[in-house]
Write a protein that binds this ligand. Structure first.
Ligand code: HEM
Length: 441
């Protein structure tokens, strides 16, 4: 068996956690440059970091039972509870069986109607920005995708509650990421009010969600949204249903997993397309079949738009990393991996791995034309993960991103703001440093 190359952090190793916290993408990239597609490094504790598709296959699919979610999910548990993203083992399997039917194709087609209505009014909102100062496109995308997530999950909600949720989600994410990336700040957070604010945000959010569940149970109404599907779902084997706490955990998990990911993916795409008029022209050619926003069937007739979204998720994968913890000693791709090892699967680097992609840094939707897709091994491209824990909302997200992208580009031109440089700033999802600003024309 081979030894895993060690990423030597040198005499400045003591600074490594700070360097990692400041720019994790650059830090890891240097590791791959120095060691190849898999390496070991010690950052508070030992990690195996990889961009080797064989490793992804082993961990996510072939031997997925040899791993658990590990410390990454512990960080999210205070907010997501024991929902699909954070649970493991039999409990996870049972929940997955209960939630899966909510994402069947016919259900999604029904949810698509709500997405279309919200996208149409979003276009009118964007109209107000035409010809004015550059807009914060991240904020706009978070606005529409959280509107869609809240509507498809809970039905109607007041504007005030929506605005508060939006603000709290941002704060909560920063809080959780800081605790993991900068553990030296944890004691400060206990005294500077950050812990207290987090608790207050969370209890407001919980109260709101439990109230939604309660109201729905007593109202006798049965709207077509995800909350209703969660309330109705029955485990076929045991006949059991979810209690309020489980429904709360799954609903918040879907909200958390399901809107910032799509929003970030769309923001990066719009920034990229602001530099790619030929690609925009091709999307517009496909868009002649609809007027304002496409129907579900029209969207299915727009393969190039789909390719553009897929390429966006390659170069800017919102879920830029997945982590697991080995639960047994094992051999992975010839390497000896001990039980308890944390494995850091870098989706970002997998998608830019020069050994797997021709011109990996060039935005090229033809990477996803039928011929190229046919010839590509499945584990070279994993924006939604793989194996039993593959993203449950994959189809929902693809539909949503194509719908919003095609509708926006049909009506508007976007232009980057040269006075606002953009860098990548990975948090739980691959955010930008200071937001993305675009002129709307
Ligand atoms: C562009 C948008 C999205 C991306 C890139 C994305 C990516 C991912 C990835 C990579 C995973 C696997 C994580 C792992 O194995 O550790 C995942 C899991 C998950 N995603 Fe998504 N996701 C997106 C949208 C959504 C949406 C719209 C929903 C729900 C409405 C959703 C709900 C979930 C859930 C519940 C899981 C956990 C599944 C399980 O462990 O059984 N995601 N997602």
């Amino acid at each position: 068996m081979r030894n895993i190359p060690v990423y030597k952090l040198g005499r400045l190793g003591i600074m490594a956690p700070f360097k990692f916290a400041k720019n994790p993408l650059h830090f890891l990239h240097q590791g791959f440059d120095a060691c190849g597609d898999t390496f070991k490094m010690k950052l508070f504790r030992e990690f195996v970091v990889t961009r080797d598709p064989g490793f992804f296959r082993h961990v996510l699919q072939q031997h997925n039972r040899n791993f658990k979610k590990g410390s990454s999910s512990k960080m999210l548990r205070p907010v997501l509870g024991n929902g699909l993203v954070t649970s493991d083992g039999d409990f996870w399997l049972r929940q997955r069986r209960l939630v899966q039917p909510a994402f069947h194709r016919e259900r999604l087609q029904e949810l698509f109607l709500a997405m279309g209505v919200l996208t149409a009014s979003f276009l009118d909102e964007m109209e107000a920005a035409r010809g004015k100062d550059a807009v914060d496109i991240d904020a706009k995308m978070m606005g529409i995708t959280s509107d869609i997530a809240l509507k498809t999950l809970f039905g109607n909600m007041t504007t005030e509650d929506k605005a508060r949720i939006y603000q709290q989600v941002n704060r909560t994410q920063k809080y959780l990421v800081t605790r993991v990336r900068k553990p030296y700040r944890v004691p400060i957070m206990a005294i500077n009010g950050e812990n207290r604010r987090f608790e207050t945000d969370l209890s407001y959010f919980n109260k709101l969600v439990f109230e939604f569940i309660h109201q729905r149970r007593i109202s006798g109404e049965r709207p077509n949204d995800l909350l209703q599907l969660l309330l109705d779902s029955i485990d076929e084997e045991t006949g059991e249903q979810m209690n309020d706490q489980q429904i709360r955990d799954e609903a918040i998990t879907m909200f958390a997993a399901g809107h910032e990911t799509s929003a970030t993916g769309l923001s990066w795409l719009l920034l990229e397309l602001a530099k790619q008029p030929e690609i925009v022209a091709k999307i517009r050619l496909e868009s002649v079949i609809f007027d304002n926003v496409p129907t579900f069937n029209q969207l299915m007739q727009m393969p190039y738009t789909r390719q553009v979204v897929e390429e966006g998720l390659r170069l800017y994968p919102p879920a830029w990393t997945m982590t697991r913890e080995a639960t047994v000693d094992q051999e992975i791709e010839g390497f000896d991996v001990k039980s308890g090892t944390s494995v850091f699967l870098s989706v970002f680097e997998l998608h830019r791995n020069p050994n797997l992609w021709k011109d990996p840094l060039t935005f090229d939707p033809d990477n996803f034309n039928a011929d190229n897709v046919k010839d590509r091994p499945k584990f070279n491209y994993l924006p939604f993960g793989a194996g039993p824990r593959i993203c449950i909302g994959q189809q929902f997200a693809m539909m949503e991103m194509q719908l919003i992208l095609a509708s926006l580009l049909k009506r508007f031109d976007f232009e980057a703001d040269p006075s606002h440089p953009v860098g990548m700033h990975p948090q739980i999802v691959l955010k930008s440093t200071n937001g993305i600003k675009l002129f709307v024309r």
